[in-house]
Design a protein around this ligand. Structure first.
Ligand code: HEM
Length: 444
């Protein structure tokens, strides 16, 4: 094998058409061509798919200053403006500094009881013998958790409104990201008018959340408090638009990702009877009939490993990218200013060079000593470097809480009528949902 493969295509769209038809299949087929990097064209853009952990580390860490976020998220900028996901230095550094303290492992421990409270509330009406779309349920529960922990919002109605608008907006944004010939949002088309109206409506709900907090006399120690009270070096408060962008960003980045992790977790258990038994045995032994609390969490190592293994096979952020801001050399490869770099946790996590028998679901890969032998940036569900997911510890803790609560109370069986497939949209969703029969275990 050479250390880089360059694929030429005479088609005016280059490889874009193939990618759009089936992104995972396309990336998988490219990954067989080289184990370092494959270069191809998406319309008029040169793209480098990185397949070597050392190169990925160079882009995300050692040479990160030569790259910016790619325009993959541009479509979302109507919604999240210059929030933490899309902003660049120096704004990004300033905002990250304000928000980081609310996501440290120590700080997020304070959220455990709120996570439990919000998650328990969402499953109250679940009846034995019903068929449920678990992926919808997980969206609802993670949205409830994020609104409570980050913004101390209890208002069920406002929280439902956020959910309804977000669902519509993300659906449309995904459609636009996928289509090559998309009309500008300024065009007077009915669909686009609705899209913009939903974004405006969501921003109005967020504005209400902020105003409600501003008139509240009692202090809440949450992210919204930090955003409202932060001052820059000149003593100025954060601008209102920036504040709204950050709140929107947390809603968007902080719920669908974890919801997908949980849906895939329950799916993986269904397909791996032995792992399922071990997870159920652990939760029954450690939590039993007690109310789940923070002390139980460190005693659920196998369940946590199963979540980490789910993130390996079904990484919610299945691909992300960067654009080079100058000519740069990574490893032996030249990347010209303006060219795109694609990084796919989905592809890297399934690479037999780094994971033995990569398609088998084996939580023991993440057992203490074995975990240490995984090379850095062969496994990176949360990205890396200065743009690493700010919510990484939060997401794992939240997923463990929700997984434990559901396993303690319910048995799930995958509906036989529904074939589950990966749907790589903005995040890796189960196509058409994840339908499971639900049976209550204990009377709780
Ligand atoms: C399983 C759940 C999650 C996964 C797999 C995930 C994955 C990722 C990845 C891969 C990135 C980096 C993207 C890039 O470098 O271009 C990222 C960034 C980010 N994530 Fe997450 N995420 C998850 C949950 C969360 C949660 C719960 C929150 C908030 C509460 C969150 C907030 C963010 C933010 C704000 C960024 C941008 C960080 C920055 O650029 O400084 N994520 N996430």
């Amino acid at each position: 094998m050479t250390n880089g493969t360059i694929l030429h295509s005479l088609h005016p769209l280059g490889q874009l058409d193939k990618f759009r038809k089936d992104p995972l299949l396309f990336l998988e087929s490219q990954a067989t061509k080289n184990d370092e990097r494959v270069q191809f064209r998406f319309a008029n853009r040169t793209v480098h798919l990185l397949l070597n952990p050392a190169l990925i580390k160079e882009v995300l860490v050692t040479q990160s200053k030569s790259f910016q976020k790619s325009n993959q998220f541009k479509e979302l900028s109507l919604l999240i403006g210059e929030g933490l996901v899309t902003s660049e230095c120096p704004l990004h550094t300033k905002q990250r500094k304000i928000m980081q303290p609310y996501f440290t492992p120590r700080h997020i421990q304070k959220y455990v009881s709120e996570m439990i409270g919000s998650a328990t509330g969402t499953m109250e009406g679940w009846e034995t013998g019903t068929l449920r779309d678990i992926s919808k349920d997980m969206m609802q529960v993670t949205l409830a958790v994020i609104t409570k922990t980050m913004f101390n919002m209890n208002d069920h109605e406002a929280h439902e409104k956020v959910g309804v608008h977000l669902e519509k907006i993300l659906e449309m944004a995904t459609k636009r990201i996928r289509s090559f010939l998309k009309p500008p949002v300024s065009w007077p088309l009915r669909e686009l008018k609705q899209y913009k109206a939903s974004i405006e409506e969501l921003k109005r709900v967020v504005e209400e959340i902020i105003q409600h907090r501003e008139i509240l006399s009692e202090e809440k120690e949450d992210l919204l408090h930090a955003l409202l009270h932060s001052r820059d070096d000149e003593g100025n408060h954060m601008k209102r638009d920036q504040l709204i962008d950050e709140v929107m960003t947390i809603f968007v980045a902080g719920h669908e990702t974890t919801a997908n992790l949980l849906s895939w977790f329950f799916y993986a258990l269904e397909n791996n009877e032995h792992v399922k038994e071990l997870v159920y045995e652990e939760v029954d032994r450690v939590v039993g009939k007690e109310e789940l609390c923070s002390e139980h969490l460190p005693n659920l190592p196998y369940t946590r490993q199963a979540l980490e293994e789910t993130l390996r096979l079904y990484p919610p952020v299945w691909m992300f990218g960067r654009t080079s801001v100058r000519d740069v050399k990574i490893g032996d490869h030249f990347i010209k200013k303006g060219e795109n770099v694609l990084i796919s946790p989905y592809i890297m996590h399934r690479n037999p060079k780094y994971f033995q028998d990569p398609l088998s679901f084996d939580p023991d890969r993440f057992y203490k000593t074995r975990k240490e032998s995984i090379p850095p940036y062969a496994y990176f569900p949360f990205g890396g470097g200065s743009r690493v997911c700010i919510g990484n510890h939060f997401a794992l803790q939240e997923a463990l809480v929700i997984a434990a609560l559901y396993v303690q109370r319910f048995n799930f069986t995958l509906s036989s009528d529904h074939r589950v497939e990966c749907h790589p949209l903005i995040t890796l969703r189960p196509k058409g949902g994840m339908f499971m029969n639900v049976e209550r275990k204990v009377d709780k």
